[in-house]
Design a protein around this ligand. Sequence first.
Ligand code: ATP
Ligand code: MG
Length: 337
Amino acid sequence: MAVDLGIDLGTASTRIYSRREKRLIANAPTVAAIKDGEIAAAGEKALEMIGKTNASLNVIEPVKDGAITNFDAAVGLLKELLTGGLASAFTKVRAAVCVPSGIGDVERRAVEEVAISAGVKDVYLIESPLAGAIGAGIDINEPKGYVIADVGAGTTEAAVVSLGGVVVSKSVKVGGKSLDNDIIQTIKKKYNVEIAATTAEKVKLRLASALPSLSTDIVEAKGKDMYSGVPKTVSISSNELNNAIRDSVSRIVETIRSVLEETPPELSADLLETGIILTGGGSALRGLGKLLKSATGINVFMAEDAVTVNAKGAAMALGSKSGLRSALLNTAARKTY
Ligand SMILES: Nc1ncnc2c1ncn2[C@@H]1O[C@H](COP(=O)(O)OP(=O)(O)OP(=O)(O)O)[C@@H](O)[C@H]1O
Ligand SMILES: [Mg+2]
């Protein structure tokens, strides 16, 4: 049996969408634990091991900004997710894998190799903004411009898409993880307390906003006193959080704004009507849409299932009758067994 899949290897999460089943068959942290050269755990189980390992166990996050940074861990993770998500190990897998717009040949090759080594028989690549646009329900072959802005964990990638291609794209290595890091640094500086990245993310999700807020809410964060070394809890206000993330948020907004500046005037006019479509987990940050609208003067929409659209769009592009095949970057890379 053959199956068509869309694969989105994100910095934080890996998602696999099945074209036929019209759903994600895997959605897991992009983390693998390696022990004695073998995969000991992948996804959620491996994520729980971060920072708690012993010498013989290595916990690896194998994808950074859309590029593979650890081949074996990436293959191990993908293999686990494919076997976990597919009904049968004998299924012939054809997959389109999302890659950043303008990715180099070496990185492209690495992504193809990872997919093939993980058991994919036919591998295609698709630029993330095109996949995201298709997944968000846009007819990419129309002579109409759309802005797709993917605020991920490691990267923000903004692009103008029209007539089945990427017209302009910009990316910056700032995303949700940068905000977590800002919060860690602020708490370290102000309170001499070190908190874990997972704690910083929780605090962000509870209270952080892209816009100054009138809220007087506070949130508690447990960490470790940098001088005494003992566990300590600090209380942080929403204002402190918003100030902490302000510079990174500005860089995200600036990146999205800069694609508009480089858009040809013929398409610029369209953008007033079509607006900016936000995808990716980081796009759910409170106030981001509003801030972006005031910075650009253009309507901002949040894609439905913002974290699924890339994998979904990639899977949809594989449909032979869909008219979307041209979105794929290459003919399939094959390996004969
Ligand atoms: N409600 C929310 N508010 C703010 N940030 C959020 C929210 N929900 C998720 N995030 C952030 O979104 C990020 C994950 O987004 P996503 O899953 O799109 O990343 P990714 O695809 O793995 O990364 P990348 O695309 O950069 O490689 C995390 O940093 C997470 O904290
Ligand atoms: Mg992503």
